[in-house]
Design a protein. Structure first.
Length: 412
């Protein structure tokens, strides 16, 4: 049974918590004792006698206490598939959490309040889906019960969002008229929307095919250099890390980057045993033929599909810090296990989340704004274009003083 990872995106009070609760409740993924507690504390009861939003209201309680919120993950399964839901808060100031959850998701479910239509957060979340190359988007137009299940309202919002999807290159978008509170078109089709000819949201999630992105190129980044320096292993030198993409075999000719030195793999070790091949996602220790100065953050690549090795790069970032971004600001760029000093040379433009147009930057980039920038690093960085390899085409910017993450960067 395969696993589908998806993120729910919506503004505050769009019904995201109720939708997740409905999926958990109707798929019978709630234990009996949880259900009893839910029934006891429910105040805003639906026809089932429960307030489904309470299943995820731990996040709301954290918000009320002023606690910084991270992404929460919910798990449920049906006879056809297992699911992992990334539940990120809808407030504008938590856009950073949305990026975190979306970066590990196969698709995005965007909720739209039928009474409000497409709003700024809808556009912002759609931009994130586009930047992160999510191939499929499900648009759930919620609270249809509050607009008397009007087909005209549904079609108007669908037409409005289709313009956004087209401008962002979101080609595979599916629309659902739902009421998470009443359960309309969530697990089964509703007679209240007899004009709707599609499937229920859960049927879609069970059947949708998400082709896994193939990250091009064989990539391995050193996380730790192993040198026991014991009598038994006096000359042992191994390079531990995880295969970022592709695969490596014993005997492969590899480039060590950024130095550009070519050597040969003499052995691969997984869980203490020698193997002939190591694949994407596997932790492995690589040993090489030549005595080369290799350190944490260096890349191993095979001779095909070489990455770029540059001191200057361009990309799109989402700014997630209270302090503003200005040309000339200095940061650390963290590219997996490699951390380098960097300076922002230029800010080319910002993306207006309302019009989706490119705008000139008047001095600075503020919290949650999205911009295209040019960066120069102190030493060469080994990277790929995000479209070619998501793992080596993304990085974060870190404040040198506070060590806080200030931006998520997509290299283009």
């Amino acid at each position: 049974m395969d696993i589908l990872r998806f993120i729910t995106a919506g503004s505050v009070d769009d019904g995201k918590s109720t939708l997740i609760g409905r999926l958990l409740y109707d798929s019978k993924s709630i234990l009996q004792d949880q259900l009893e507690v839910l029934e006891k504390h429910s105040k805003n009861k639906n026809e089932d006698g429960v307030d489904l939003a309470l299943l995820t209201d731990g996040l709301r309680a954290e918000r009320e206490q002023g606690i910084t919120i991270d992404v929460a993950y919910r798990y449920f399964s049906t006879a056809k598939r297992k699911f992992i839901i990334a539940d990120a808060p809808g407030h504008v100031q938590y856009t950073r959490n949305m990026i975190t959850g979306a970066s590990n998701s196969d698709l995005m479910v965007i909720l739209i309040d039928a009474r409000k239509g497409v709003i700024e957060q809808t556009r912002r979340h759609s931009i994130i889906a586009s930047l992160l190359q999510l191939k499929k988007v499900a648009v759930a137009i919620n609270k249809m019960d509050m607009v008397e299940y009007s087909q005209d309202v549904f079609e108007a919002i669908k037409a409005d969002y289709s313009h956004i999807a087209e401008s962002l290159g979101l080609k595979d978008v599916t629309y659902f008229p739902i009421s998470a509170f009443n359960g309309d078109n969530i697990v089964s089709l509703s007679s209240n929307t007899d004009w709707y000819e599609g499937v229920s949201l859960l049927d879609y999630l069970e059947e949708v095919r998400v082709d896994q992105d193939i990250n091009k190129g064989d990539r391995f980044q050193v996380q730790y250099v192993i040198r026991p320096q014991t009598e038994e292993l006096h000359d042992y030198r191994g390079y531990a890390g995880q295969v970022t993409s592709g695969k490596f075999r014993t005997g492969d000719q590899v480039h060590i980057l950024p130095a550009g030195i070519v050597t040969e793999i003499t052995s691969l070790e997984v869980n203490g045993s020698k193997v002939q091949e190591a694949f994407e996602g596997q932790p492995v220790i690589i040993r090489v033929k030549d005595d080369i100065d290799i350190s944490r953050g260096d890349f191993f690549t095979t001779t095909e599909e070489l990455p770029q090795v540059e001191k200057e790069l361009e990309g799109v970032l989402c700014w997630v810090d209270e302090k503003t971004l200005k040309p000339g600001n200095k940061y650390l760029i963290q590219h997996h296990s490699r951390v380098l000093k960097a300076i922002v040379k230029e800010i080319d433009y910002k993306i207006n989340v309302n019009t989706l147009e490119q705008e000139e930057v008047e001095g600075e980039v503020r919290l949650n704004e999205i911009a295209r920038i040019k960066i120069k690093t102190a030493q060469p960085l080994v990277f790929d274009d995000f479209i070619k390899n998501k793992k080596t085409g993304s990085a974060i910017l870190v404040d040198e003083t506070s060590n806080a993450t200030v931006a998520a960067l997509i290299i283009q």
